[in-house]
Design a protein around this ligand. Structure first.
Ligand code: S3P
Length: 752
């Protein structure tokens, strides 16, 4: 083996050291690849090959390559890596020429934007012995072209897709992969067909549209006039029409089948939009535009999150809560999560347009909103908590194109399952890792008794697959657990079931569904612990004002109680009696909490709540308060930790199946902070009264655990580092900002 053919060795910087690199085709991409690797000193020599003498001259002058060769055989003799960066239609001829040479152990790779035709050409040229060819495609570029635009940083934080076959040589693949990573690229592997289809949709189609739009406008007689008035939109949309025409002509010819498939689908959508304009169908237009806008924002977030993940090398969002502080001020926490979910559901099923104010723009409620958009409901917003829902009536939902993704939200999945069990179309409900572990038999079982066909993953976990077109029959159901989600699920199914659907609860749970159904003019009967509906009525659009969420206010009720010298007012908080267990429990512990300015807004009672510091004492929590404070226990455990004496909670086994096992996860964290906490099967015993230490705790992706430990810092002696806090955005997106405003010293790690 010649020196130049030495395989990858690992230098002190752990970067591969190469002998000779040959880059054939010194355009923007080939030039940038050569220049980047040359500048990093990874190759003994970088040799360029190009048919154009001026490009060869410039490549040397600009330091893109060490030297150029005109003869392919001379250039490639003893090469370790040969990069093919010629136009895609020239690839076939080049591969045939290379196949005639003795390439030794050289690894071949390319940068073509379509992969199917290059892979076929390589197989043909090397008679199936193309194992050391690693097809690649850097998703980077600019509308500039030529070696003079070569940029060593061009691939930094850009994707490079490699499309190896099953026969590809593993060492060759690893080498090409490592070279792109050296240039800062984000390398992925994909099969050839998938690559070509994805690229046809995300790159080739947009280029085709930009080229045709500019050409179509430029051909018109009044073209000057049009371009004179063309503003930002035109410029943004058509930037890529400045790209290299020859290169793009090649790409469309090379990726013909995939481009045609994606173009046909797009043409149908464009025709539908044309028809809507023709028919003056504003509803259809608004539907497309609102869905597109959300999808665009969603992509933006995915891309931003990628950047975050890249920077931190993990998706662990850490909060650091510094000890001490006292609270003051007046704040309004975001809208109630339970009511926000229901406003979208009932607004979508109503006849007419429903306006919502104070909507919670957290990820859980947004998952519900997106699900209804996916089922054809036109929803404007949210914008500053305002949402406009163009209801489609009880029978107006349409089949979604794919599974409905519920994210972290148990409420979305359980309530929707009732509604979807009665629709004429099939649906699948999926969720994130936490939701995928949560029990769904509690809804699937009674829905099946009503005639629904629902499949779950083993042990009744998500995803849920619901078969449409079933005729449901109402029933009397005695819930085995106190769950508002199960009750609401069955009442929603009952809107479609023959006869009467009645749900009896073992203890009172939140009654927002019953209240809101009535608000939409749908009769609901409540008789003691039984709520019932009958089908055959309609929902009429209404106006909904969502009060601030008492479950979010709870963090500040505990914070204001345990921090010294504090006084805080929480404005416009929902105080529905099925939700106020946290106030009752804190008062039993000696909390100083008063309700001011009590009023009723849209069928829900609200108040401003004043909380002052208080010396708390441990209590036996009355079991009848458990369902009324079910989401507030994590932060109540923090109160119990600083309260004098024992606090005992029983009858709260439901806490073990929330977004995390809230009994175990809180006990683990409190013990880590030096608190004496003993989990029991259905509750916890906390021996409080001492100050808390600092340390590391884990939220396990549970929003309420993350926020509870932030509050704990007020009585800690050292900082608390809280891992896995990203899901705070599911229920309380501005928690950190409001905390800072009133005096809790918690922030994302690395940000003050
Ligand atoms: C909710 C009901 C409760 C609660 C959840 C929201 C609702 O769940 O924990 O955060 O909106 O109906 P369960 O019904 O499982 O108790």
């Amino acid at each position: 083996m010649s020196e130049a053919n030495t395989r990858v060795t690992t230098g002190p910087s752990a970067a591969p050291k190469l002998g000779r690199l040959v880059v054939i085709g010194l355009g923007l991409i080939g030039g940038s690849f050569a220049k980047g690797l040359r500048e990093r000193g990874l190759c003994r020599e970088v040799i360029g090959v190009d048919l154009d003498p001026e490009s060869r001259r410039l490549a040397v002058e600009l330091g893109v390559v060490d030297r150029c060769e005109t003869d392919l055989a001379t250039a490639c003799a003893g090469a370790e890596v040969i990069q093919l960066a010629v136009p895609i239609l020239a690839m076939e001829k080049l591969l045939a020429e290379l196949a005639k040479l003795d390439l030794g152990q050289a690894v071949l790779t390319d940068v073509g934007s379509a992969k199917g035709n290059v892979v076929r050409a390589a197989r043909l040229a090397f008679s199936g012995q193309d194992v050391r060819f690693v097809p690649g495609h850097p998703i980077a570029g600019s509308e500039q072209s030529g070696v003079e635009a070569a940029n060593a940083q061009l691939f930094r934080r850009h994707k490079v897709i490699l499309t190896p076959s099953e026969q590809s040589d593993e060492a060759a693949l690893a080498l090409v992969d490592a070279l792109w990573r050296e240039l800062g690229a984000d390398v992925e592997h994909m099969d050839v067909e998938h690559h070509d289809q994805v690229l046809a949709a995300t790159s080739h189609l947009p280029h085709l549209l930009a080229f045709t739009l500019v050409d179509s406008l430029a051909k018109r007689s009044e073209n000057l006039e049009i371009f004179r008035y063309a503003a930002g939109g035109f410029r943004d949309f058509t930037r890529i029409a400045g790209s290299d025409p020859v290169m793009w002509h090649d790409i469309f010819l090379a990726n013909r089948e995939a481009v045609l498939r994606t173009l046909d689908v797009f043409r149908d959508d464009l025709d539908a939009l044309r028809d809507a304009v023709d028919a003056g169908d504003g509803h259809q237009l608004l539907g497309v535009f609102t869905r597109a806008r959300v999808a665009r924002e969603h992509f933006g977030k995915i891309l931003a999150r990628r950047a975050y993940v890249d920077a931190m090398h993990s998706n662990d969002l850490i909060f650091v809560a510094n000890p001490g502080g006292s609270l003051s001020g007046r704040i309004r926490v975001p809208g109630d999560k339970s009511i926000s979910h229901r406003s979208i559901m009932l607004g979508s099923l109503a006849e007419g347009t429903t306006h919502v104010e104070g909507f919670l723009e957290g990820e859980d409620a947004l998952a519900t909103l997106q699900a209804f958009r996916d089922m054809g409901v036109v929803i404007e917003g949210p914008h500053h908590g305002r949402v406009t829902i163009h209801g489609v009536g009880l029978n107006g939902l349409k089949a979604p194109a794919g599974p409905l993704y519920m994210g972290n939200s148990g409420t979305s999945m359980r309530l929707l399952s009732g509604l979807l069990a009665a629709q004429p179309f099939d649906t699948t409900l999926t969720g994130d890792a936490s939701l995928s572990k949560r029990p769904m038999n509690r809804v699937a079982k009674p829905l099946r008794e009503m005639g629904a066909i629902i499949e779950t993953a083993p042990e009744g976990r998500p995803p849920l697959t619901i078969k449409g077109g079933q005729r449901l029959t109402g029933m009397d159901y005695e819930m085995p657990m106190a769950s508002a989600q199960v009750k609401s699920c069955l009442l929603l199914a009952g809107l479609y079931a023959a006869g009467r659907t009645a749900v009896t609860e073992p203890a009172p749970t939140r009654d927002h569904t019953e209240r809101m159904l009535r608000g939409f003019g749908y009769p609901v009967t409540v008789d003691g612990s039984t709520a019932s509906v009958e089908s055959g009525h309609t929902l009429t659009a209404t106006h909904i004002e969502v009060p601030a969420d008492i479950s979010s206010a709870a963090f500040f009720l505990v914070a204001g109680s345990i921090a010294e010298n504090s006084e805080l007012v929480l404005e416009h908080v929902g105080i529905n009696p099925t939700r106020t267990g946290v106030i009752d429990i804190l008062k039993l512990m000696g909390g100083d909490i008063t309700l001011e300015n009590q009023r009723e807004v849209g069928g829900e009672p609200v108040a401003d709540i004043r909380v002052r510091s208080a010396k708390l004492k441990g209590i036996d929590i009355p079991e009848d308060l458990v369902p009324l404070a079910i989401d507030e226990f994590p932060v109540l455990f923090v109160a119990a930790s600083v309260a004098e004496g024992h606090t005992v909670l029983r009858g709260a086994e439901e806490l073990r199946v929330k977004e995390s096992d809230r009994i175990q996860v809180m006990a683990d964290g409190l013990i880590a902070l030096g608190v004496k906490a003993e989990p029991t099967p259905d509750g916890i015993i906390i021996d409080g009264g001492n100050s808390l230490g600092g340390g590391e705790v884990w939220a396990h992706g549970d929003h309420r655990i993350a926020m509870s430990f932030s509050v704990a810092s007020l009585r800690a002696t050292a900082p608390i580092r809280i891992h896995d806090c990203a899901n705070v955005a599911t229920s309380f997106p501005n928690f950190l900002a409001l905390s800072a405003q009133v005096g809790i010293r918690v922030a994302e790690e690395g940000k003050s």
